[in-house]
Design a binder for this molecule. Structure first.
Ligand code: PLP
Length: 389
């Protein structure tokens, strides 16, 4: 009765079952996987946001499938603030980054064709690809003091006619920004073969080392490429459901993409009007939220580094984003570690395989939880790991 697109294992895994039991029993669980900024004790400029959304509430509906011009101009301003000049005509609004991927897969790939996705990487890619009947083929990031793309493997993979290459910068969960060298190599591999690059920058505004974000790929995108971002991370407001696609590359590429993406978007018209009307003001307020999140993730990272220093746990070098990767002893499998953490010390962490790490020995934790919870959670985690033979 059902299509292969939803042929996933729908059983609750053991970790979810233990978690539900704990919550039913009223046990306090420290959630080191928290990724929802609205539940992390961030102070939002609520009055200003309410005012902006109230003022923009309209009973008149005049949709533009690309998004209202004034909203696209606000997004262009976001890039101008990054010293990148972009044309609002090359911007298309979506209701989420997930929807942006769905639109781009519809645009670029026929059923059964493939897109290259980073591994380790964001778990939703497998689902997003499957929902569009597209195959996600992983390319590898190796850790060697920092995360680097396996370019030799990628050179081979681009010859297999993938319909797009996904780059996530900074990548979730490895926290690695795409380097200028990797970006140049990617352009050289993809551009002659007309393989568009989709660059997901949802964590771009969250660099962990100092204030500089370093290299900006948008400023170096004269080949067919798309950039994705949105309010969910940039303004810490996932509930407003507004993201965007920026089209980059030669004029003839952008001209051929625009009407096709517009057709896809016109079929759904999914972005609500008042959030579009208020977007300029929301993006003006976003730095207030970004500053707090940056302070939070930097503080938690520093706590984490000092707790794991000189232990059997290693926090891998991170450049940006909200997650940290921990290398842990392989005396237990990752699944066994996370189950033990939850069952014995009431701490929730993600196993590496959740993000498609190739082997055992990795845990992923979020840097977003309130500092007290984070501190207690990491201390308990370390206590358990260091006392387990
Ligand atoms: C790499 C990456 N892309 C996209 C998203 C989702 O963004 P959105 O809420 O806009 O769909 C996430 C969420 O964590 C993510 O990690």
């Amino acid at each position: 009765m059902f299509s292969d697109r939803v042929d996933f294992d729908l059983q609750k895994n053991q970790l979810t079952q233990v978690l539900e039991q704990k919550r039913e029993q009223g046990t306090e669980v420290i959630d080191l996987t928290l990724s929802n900024p609205t539940q992390a004790g961030i102070r939002y400029p609520e009055e200003e946001l309410k005012e902006a959304l109230n003022e923009s509430c309209s009973f008149h509906y005049a949709p533009d499938p690309r998004g209202l011009r004034k909203a696209r101009e606000a997004v262009a301003q976001y890039y101008a603030d990054r010293s990148c000049s972009v044309d609002p005509e090359d911007i298309l609004l979506t209701s989420s980054t997930s929807e942006a991927y769905a639109f781009l897969f519809k645009l670029l790939a026929n059923p059964g064709e493939s897109v290259l996705i980073p591994r380790p990487g964001y778990p939703l890619f497998d689902y997003l690809a499957a929902m569009e009947s597209v195959r996600g083929v992983p390319y590898t990031l190796h850790f060697d003091e920092r995360w680097v793309i396996d370019l030799q493997e990628l050179q081979e993979q681009v010859t297999q006619d993938p319909r797009a290459l996904l780059v996530v910068s900074p990548n979730n969960p490895t926290g690695s920004f795409v380097s200028k060298a990797d970006w140049t190599e990617i352009a050289e591999l993809c551009s002659p073969r007309s393989i568009p690059v989709i660059c997901d920058e949802v964590f771009f505004d969250y660099p962990l080392n100092g204030t500089s974000r370093g290299f900006d790929p948008v400023a170096h995108s004269d080949f067919p490429s798309f950039f994705l971002n949105g309010l969910s991370k940039t303004a810490g407001l996932p509930q407003l459901k507004l993201s965007w696609i920026l089209i980059r590359g030669p004029e003839n590429f952008r001209e051929s993409v625009r009407p096709r993406l517009e057709l896809i978007s016109d079929t759904f018209l999914s972005v609500q009007t008042s959030v579009q009307e208020a977007l300029g003001r929301i993006l003006e307020l976003a730095p207030q939220v970004q500053r707090q999140i940056l302070e939070r993730i930097r503080m938690n990272l520093s706590t984490l580094r000092s707790i794991v220093a000189n232990t059997s746990v290693d926090c891998l070098r991170l450049e940006g984003g909200w997650n940290a990767v921990l290398r842990i002893p392989r005396t237990l499998g990752d699944e066994e570690w996370v189950t033990a953490l939850l069952e014995e010390v009431n701490v929730l962490a993600h196993p590496g395989y959740f993000y498609d790490f190739p082997g055992e020995g990795f845990l992923i934790i979020s840097l977003l939880p309130p500092p007290d919870d984070f501190n207690r959670g990491v201390e308990s985690m370390l206590d358990l790991i260091s006392h387990r033979p």
